[in-house]
Each structure stands twice: as C-alpha cells, then as structure tokens.
Design a protein around this ligand. Structure first.
Ligand code: AMP
Ligand code: MN
Ligand code: MN
Ligand code: MN
Length: 284
C-alpha cells in the first residue's frame, strides 16, 4: 500500500447513526476518490460484511472498522478499531455489551425530555434508528429537528443533549483497557479518535495517550473532520512524541448533516507513519 493515499478510515452508516447504507457510502467514497475505506459504526460491526463486499464491488481496498465508546476519567472518549477479525468472539461480545446499555439510556433521555415538555422522544428517536440495538443521541437530535423543537442537530446537542441539559444521561461505556484489548487481540490496531474533541487539559490528554499506549494502542487520528488545520499540526506532533501511527477519516454521517464529505480532507502530513502501514496483511 502506498504511503500517500486517499484513505477514509472513519464514517457511519444506518447500522449506527449515519443516514446512508454501507453500499451507498461505498459508492460515495469511490466517487470522491477514496482508495482505502473503512466503515466504523459506533459499538457495532453488523455492517462489516456489507461494507467489505461493497468496497470490493467498487474496486476499493477495505479495512474492518468500528468506533468504541469508552469512559475515561469520567468522560466519553472514542476509540476506533481498524483491521481486526470481525468474527473474533471477544470483540463481538465486548461490543454487544457496550451497546447493551443504550436501550435504558434512551428511555432515561426521553424521561428527561418529557420533563421539559417534549413527550414521545423515545418512540420518535427509535423511528430514526436503522438498528434498534444502537439508539444514539443523534437519533434523538433528528427527532427534535423533525418535530420543530430545533432547526438543526447541532442546536439540539447544545440545548438538550450535552452535559447538564435535560436529555443528557450519565453513562458508563467500555473501559479504555477493554476497548484497546478487544481490538488488538483480534489482530487490529486501536486508534484514538478525534482527540481535540475531548477538550482535555494537557495533563488529562497526557494520561489518555500514556494509558492508551500502555494498553497496546498504536495510532491516533490526525486528520479528521473534527479537527481544524492547526489541530492537524498539533496532533501530528503528538503522534511523533508518543510514537503512534496516524489515521485520517472524515467521520461522515449524512449528506444533510456532515460538513466533511468522504475522502475530501487534506492528506496526512509528511513524516508520520500512516496507520495502514501497520495493517498491510489485514487490507481486503
Ligand atoms: P452517543 O454515542 O449516543 O452519545 O452519540 C454520540 C454521537 O452524537 C456522535 O457520534 C456524533 O455523531 C453525535 N454528536 C455529538 N455531538 C454533536 C454535536 N454537537 N452536533 C451534532 N452531532 C453530535
Ligand atoms: Mn456519530
Ligand atoms: Mn466519535
Ligand atoms: Mn464517528
């Protein structure tokens, strides 16, 4: 695999909180020039067989993918897994357990919204969920936009779905150690997703990167739809400092909602090890 490559190793389908099917995403990725693709649904690998087949049909290389929700020092962190064996029982079981709490959480979120005069949010959100095992805040956001409570999903998050707001529910996701362990023991590479999003202090971020490495994590997203161009530079430096490989992914969810389309971000900066160089034997 070339070092300089249009790789998009982070996006979501209807199997989690995206609005396109794995097949439609593959077609869109190909049309945008993607050469190596991965579908990384939240806590789910139910779309992997379809995504790999669609990539093959489009003539794109493929890596298996997922984005695992983790609780680290009381905050939610996302760990992307790439190139693991999707039939591995431990990662399958771990993801099923991570998804497991989402049903009750969704009911609790709906209760919070009902208390501020927004009834029926559980049923409303469920209508938007392509996979009823994977009901997420994004589906609530779509329901609140559809019902006219807010104009766009960003506004819903700001007013209703973030810490301290009526539809926000504290939740315990997987541990960092477990998430990294499931991915690496299944032959894959663990990647810290969009590190700038967490708004950690320097000490917290140092702890995240240090513990991630100690657990066997090997890469970090440098170029992502969630980073500014200044943050590409910052996290390229962090990757070098911690000896991590670098990943690139749009985090595309929907043509109507996402500002970054598949395959359109700048390429990885030079002087970094692209994550796909660690995964040569896992590329399909
Ligand atoms: P959940 O896993 O249910 O907590 O939902 C998290 C998802 O919500 C993320 O993966 C994003 O897709 C979406 N999200 C989080 N914050 C925002 C925001 N400010 N605006 C739009 N979508 C967001
Ligand atoms: Mn999402
Ligand atoms: Mn994420
Ligand atoms: Mn994502």
């Amino acid at each position: 695999m070339k070092t300089i490559l249009n790789a998009d190793l982070h996006c979501h389908s209807v199997v989690s909180d995206g609005t396109l099917t794995p097949e439609a995403l593959a077609e869109r990725a190909k049309n945008n020039g993607v050469e190596l693709w991965s579908l990384t649904d939240h806590d789910e690998i139910g779309g992997q067989a379809r995504a790999a087949a669609a990539a093959r049909a489009q003539g794109m290389h493929y890596l298996t993918g997922t984005e695992i929700s983790v609780t680290f020092i009381g905050k939610t962190v996302h760990i992307v897994g790439l190139g693991f064996d999707a039939d591995d029982p431990a990662i399958r079981e771990g993801l099923a357990r991570t998804r497991g709490g989402r049903g009750q959480r969704a009911h609790d979120m709906a209760d919070g919204l009902a208390q501020v005069g927004i009834p029926g949010a559980y049923e409303g959100a469920l209508k938007f969920a392509g996979n009823h095992d994977l009901i997420s805040r994004t589906h609530f956001a779509r329901f609140l936009v559809e019902s006219g409570v807010c104009k766009e999903t960003n506004e819903v998050f700001r007013k209703y779905l973030t810490e301290g707001k009526p539809g926000y529910v504290e939740h315990r996701w997987a541990t960092l150690k477990d998430a990294v362990g499931w991915i690496t023991q299944a032959g894959g590479v663990a990647v810290i997703a969009h590190p700038a999003r967490y708004k950690f202090t320097a000490n917290e971020e140092y702890a995240l990167f240090t513990e991630f490495k100690n657990h066997g994590g090997q890469a970090v997203e440098v170029v992502t739809g969630s980073h500014t161009s200044a943050e590409y530079v910052t996290y390229a430096e962090t990757a070098r400092e911690f000896g991590l490989a670098a990943s690139r992914g749009s985090d595309f969810h929907s043509p109507d909602e996402s500002h970054t389309d598949l395959g359109t971000l700048p390429l990885l900066p030079g002087g970094l090890t692209p994550v796909w160089e660690l995964l040569e034997s896992r590329i399909q």
